[in-house]
Design a protein around this ligand. Structure first.
Ligand code: GDP
Ligand code: MG
Length: 568
């Protein structure tokens, strides 16, 4: 029997054991995995910050406008794009079966505007397309935003993580790769070995800026992953769709994806099956252990243990809830620290920057009307960049320090909680995180990277008709003043927007750490309680049938464990 067939057999056996243990959820997972392995499907998750063009890129790769773009996505819904005879879509809501939906109606379910806070309870969306690229077994996973899958707090998204086989990381040139994006890649590397890096929206910058951004990303990423990384593919999803022709690195990107399908498909699928066998096997072992314990020890003891578990669980829920206000206070404190810094920076730098800009605009040689306006706006951007970048770079160390301070306080509260939980008997066997703080992000080890300057859409690109007419028709002195005012406002806008970034990045990162931590604890809790409860119920029934029944049940459980040890 080939290795692949052996794997499939193991999955089927595992599914059978799960059914014998009355765990239909695990059996379903094993079957789904077996089906995927038999069809040779593998999942490439498209990850990156919002608005980097992830959905547009996937659409361009399958040459159809299938996935909604340009909307704020619902952060808890991932969309899988897989091969099918024709374009269609289906979705599943919590507690119900798959239902067909029209492609046009997808935004109703996956965009935050139309489905705020996922009030429609969507847990999975699948879209089918006949695109040749997908015939290879490749499936795309369109994720909503930065780390939404890998740091997700919603169970449905979290459950998806073990299924991901490779990551297509999408970032941009303006701004270039950020510290948060580098963190995300580092985080994903715990689950995934295969990365493809794409710099999208290459059309928005000059070739030189694009190369610089790609080199910079490679440097940062290879440092973070502690290994050399593949080339970065510089593409434009927009160009690909608009022109109908591949431009820049597009052909190479497609080749890479195809070679992934040809060269690594088996390996990726096998890896997914092995991960699944380990993961599901461990869960089944827990169930067996709980059932055995419930059969061996007096029922009252098990009941007491479950009560203690419930108390511990309430305790944990309460403690997590109490973390809320502490956390909010921390956020407020951070907010005011950085607000002061920001105000001081703006007050210090803006008058000087505006003066520099005025001087430069007045010195612009021989330009008039709209050309002058465009040149003035370009200068405003340069002046803002020149003043903001050094400040942003200085902010990196400070941001890291503030973040570390906040997370240390936060971690010490959580560690107290963990210690308290572990000291209660009920929790002694629960796989709680050892101690928070060994987490890269929480330890504050991860760096902030503000090397880039956030570009704010320049009003020079699109000048309202009246303004344009004014620039053309008004006397030169008047035009100059109007243009100076506009350029100065633009400069201020960029300085302020960039100054806000520091504070927002830190807050965002704290929020992520908190959610990750909470979901870890909640997940551990839920699994253990469920297994204990089920063990107790089974034990009750079997004990009612007498000693012999108990002995037979123990022997059966032992047999199942041995079967399990053979396959997973
Ligand atoms: N100029 C340019 N715009 C793009 C490109 N790709 C996507 N966009 C635009 O960027 C916005 C966000 O794209 P979307 O695919 O929704 O980003 P996502 O949030 O990462 O999935 C949309 O308005 C797209 O039209 C590109 O290559 N060039
Ligand atoms: Mg999207």
């Amino acid at each position: 029997m080939s290795h692949e067939n052996q794997r499939l057999r193991r999955l089927q056996d595992l599914g059978r054991i799960a059914l014998e243990l009355q765990s239909e959820a695990i059996a379903d997972e094993a079957n789904a995995l077996a089906e995927r392995a038999a069809e040779g499907r593998f999942y490439v998750a498209c990850v990156g910050q919002f608005k980097r063009g992830k959905s547009s890129l996937i659409n361009a790769l399958v040459q159809a406008e299938i996935l909604p773009t340009g909307t704020v996505p619902v952060t808890s819904v991932v969309t899988v794009l897989r091969h099918g005879p024709h374009v269609s879509a289906r979705l599943r809501r919590a507690g119900s079966d798959w239902e067909e939906v029209r492609i046009e109606d997808l935004p109703e379910f996956v965009s935050e505007e139309r489905n705020p806070g996922n009030s429609k309870g969507v847990i999975a969306v699948e879209v089918y397309s006949p695109a040749p690229l997908l015939e290879t077994g490749l499936c795309f996973v369109d994720t909503p935003g930065l780390g939404s899958v890998f740091e997700a707090n919603s169970e449905a998204t979290r459950d998806f993580v073990p299924h991901v086989d490779a990551a297509l990381v999408v970032f941009g040139a303006d701004p270039p790769l950020s510290g948060e994006e580098a963190d995300l890649v580092q985080q994903i590397a715990r689950h995934v070995d295969t990365f493809i890096f794409v710099l999208n929206k290459a059309d928005r910058v000059t070739e030189r800026e694009c190369d610089e951004a790609a080199d910079f990303a490679r440097r940062v990423l290879s440092q973070r992953l502690a290994q050399p990384i593949d080339p970065v593919y510089r593409v434009s999803a927009l160009e690909r769709t608009a022109s109908g022709k591949p431009t820049r690195d597009w052909v190479r990107l497609e080749e890479r994806l195809r070679s992934l399908a040809l060269g690594s498909r088996t390996e990726l699928v096998n890896g997914a099956v092995d991960r699944g066998l380990r993961r599901l096997g461990a869960r089944l072992r827990n169930i067996i252990a709980e059932e055995e314990a419930a059969l061996r020890s007096p029922l009252e003891e098990t009941e007491r243990r479950i009560q203690a578990l419930h108390r511990a669980s309430d305790d944990a829920a309460l403690a997590l809830w109490q973390l809320g206000p502490l956390f909010d206070a921390e956020m407020r404190r951070l907010g005011s620290t950085f607000e002061e810094r920001r105000k001081a920076f703006i007050a210090g730098v803006l008058p000087e920057a505006q003066h520099t800009l005025s001087t430069q605009i007045r010195a612009l040689p021989g330009r008039f009307g709209p050309a002058l306006r465009a040149a003035a706006m370009a200068r405003a951007k340069e002046v803002a960049r020149g003043h903001v970048l050094p400040w942003l770079r200085n902010s990196e160390a400070e941001a890291a320090q503030e973040y570390r301070r906040a997370t240390e306080r936060f971690a010490s509260i959580v560690n107290d909680l963990l210690q308290r939980l572990r000291s209660s008997d009920a929790w002694s066997q629960i796989p709680l995180p050892e101690e928070v703080g060994d987490d890269e992000a929480l330890r504050g080890k991860s760096r902030f990277l503000f090397e880039s300057f956030t570009h704010v859409e320049s009003p020079a690109g699109f000048v309202p008709m009246v303004e344009w007419l004014g620039d053309v028709l008004l006397p030169k002195g008047l035009t100059l003043r109007r243009i100076e005012r506009a350029a100065s406002a633009y400069l201020e806008h960029m300085v302020v927007a960039n100054a806000h970034r520091v504070e927002n990045s830190i807050k965002q990162r704290l929020q992520d750490s908190r959610m990750r931590l909470e979901s870890q604890i909640r997940f551990a809790l839920k699994e253990v309680l469920e297994a204990a409860q089920r063990g107790l119920e089974t034990a009750r029934t079997i004990r009612g049938r007498g000693e012999d029944a108990v002995r037979a049940a123990l022997a059966r459980l032992d047999g199942l464990r041995q079967d399990l040890n053979r396959i997973a």
